[in-house]
Write a protein that binds this ligand. Structure first.
Ligand code: GLN
Length: 470
């Protein structure tokens, strides 16, 4: 099937000139969703609600009323983000029957600008994973080749956009879960600065890392959607009151200094990935960017630091799922302890249990100082590396993933191999800085490669400008 719309700008022109209606657009996307059901990208599709909303929006336009910035934009939402009245499963058995009673702030803001939500997307359970194989509802397949993983944990959102089942999707990024699947599915993926987008209504995994992110086909679409969802929210005390610029209006750059961390480009990096990334960097230099070698000396500790801190936070955040208050409760238990133990043992999948145990261990008396406290100190050093580098350069560039998309089933039994997927993405969550993955081309085996741009805190504008140039 041919592509429906290459970007929201293209769709918006047609909607506003009335050459198509929201209803016909939504019908076309719903058909694509049906035709692509073997990808397993969606956990819920809102057929009736989406069509009803589309008809209401068509009436709004016809009445001459002012329409929103995202008028008629067909979107998909990762299933760890709350949509009122709909299931919110986090792709976990423990929440398989849980319905949200409110909208996430990001969802509220999308709806206020007239976006249309088509459905909820599959993911790794509680956003833990890099391949979307850790879902209680089954793995997601990569639309470019259905024997490959789509990346994770926002694999359903990435596959949905890549397969043209939605024009833009929301995901969440705690350690790379928007950027890595974007690179595996050959689309754009943004992790904003920590605090840029409210986390209200995003189910917590690692609260000091989690950010809602955007998956789209174009940089301009990601910029526009960020403009809508960013900004302070009284429901999330970690949301920032930093002003929200008109990201979508500033997509060109002059004299950008791009830093290439020597720790990212070592002989260990897959040659295809390195070649494709360098060819894109050459495009940028031809447009006037200056390339400068920089050093992020604590990079080698990032993965270990992340897997200590993120599991510690997860073990604490996930303690609320106890069979008493939310979701799944085991049958036929004889006392309270057995209810907790069996509900959690049966409700969580293997990877989530592994993380809860690891996190509980690193927080336990006697080990706390050696692991958790130490990791907090190293996190500070990593953050300082980045902030120091941004005194010399405007943007840091490198690969998004150390390897191209891999075969379904090939890493699932080896957690350490799977964790290595995140080597280039977790440092930005540790540092809190924004990062954007954009398609850079295809390697020799014809697999997609993503290039990642990173900028200083709250400087998403520069990321968009640089990325838009390629
Ligand atoms: N792959 C990483 C992990 O498993 C990142 C997950 C995420 O960003 N949600 O923790």
């Amino acid at each position: 099937m041919s592509e429906l719309y290459p970007s929201y700008a293209a769709l918006r022109d047609q909607l506003l000139s009335k050459s198509v209606t929201c209803e016909s657009v939504v019908s076309a996307y719903l058909k694509k969703i049906e035709a692509s059901s073997s990808l397993n990208a969606f956990l819920a599709v809102f057929h009736e609600q989406a069509l009803e909303r589309a008809r209401a929006l068509d009436k709004k336009l016809a009445s001459g009323e002012r329409v929103g910035k995202l008028f008629g934009l067909p979107m998909a939402i990762k299933d760890n983000i709350a949509v009122k009245g709909e299931r919110l499963t986090c792709a976990s058995r423990i929440l398989s029957n849980f319905t949200s009673i409110y909208n996430a702030t990001a969802v509220e803001r999308l709806l206020a600008e007239d976006a249309i939500i088509l459905g909820k997307t599959n993911m790794d359970e509680f956003a833990m994973g890099s391949s979307n194989e850790n879902s209680y509802f089954g793995a997601v397949k990569n639309p470019l080749d259905d024997t490959l993983v789509p990346g994770g944990s926002s694999g359903g959102s990435a596959a949905a956009v890549a397969a043209d089942c939605a024009l833009v999707a929301l995901g969440s990024d705690t350690g790379g879960s928007v950027r890595q699947p974007a690179s595996f599915c050959n689309i754009v993926g943004l992790k904003p600065t920590y605090g840029r987008v409210s986390r209200y209504g995003l189910v917590a995994f690692g609260s000091s890392f989690d950010q809602i992110g955007i998956l789209s086909k174009t940089v301009a679409d990601a910029a526009l959607v960020l403009e809508v969802i960013a900004g302070e929210d009284t429901y999330d005390s970690t949301s920032s009151n930093h002003a929200v610029p008109a990201y979508s209006q500033a997509l060109s750059f002059k004299n950008v200094r791009i830093g290439l961390p020597k720790e990212f480009f070592t002989s260990a990096l897959d040659k295809d990935i390195s070649d494709v990334v360098h060819s894109k960097l050459n495009v940028l230099t031809s447009k006037g960017a200056e390339l400068i070698e920089v050093s992020l000396p604590h990079s080698e500790y990032a993965l270990a630091t992340y897997y200590i801190l993120a599991t510690a936070e997860a073990s604490s955040n996930l303690s609320r799922f106890d069979g008493a208050r939310y979701g799944y409760r085991a049958d036929g238990v004889k006392d309270l302890t057995e209810m907790y133990v069996r509900s959690r043992s049966e409700g969580f999948g293997a990877e989530v249990k592994r993380r809860i145990m690891l996190g509980t261990y690193v927080l336990s008396a006697g080990y706390y100082d050696a692991y958790y406290k130490k990791a907090q100190q190293v996190r500070r050093l990593i953050r300082e590396d980045y902030l120091k580098a941004f005194k010399e350069v405007d943007v840091i560039a490198g690969p998004t993933s150390p390897f191209p998309p891999f075969k379904l089933g090939s890493k699932i039994d080896d957690p350490l191999q799977m964790y290595l997927s995140d080597i280039y993405t977790v440092p930005m969550n540790l540092a809190g800085v924004p990062a954007l993955s954009v398609p850079a081309g295809f390697g020799s085996s014809n697999l997609p490669v993503g290039i990642q741009y990173v900028s200083n805190l709250f400087d998403e504008s520069t990321l968009f400008a640089v990325a838009n140039a390629i």
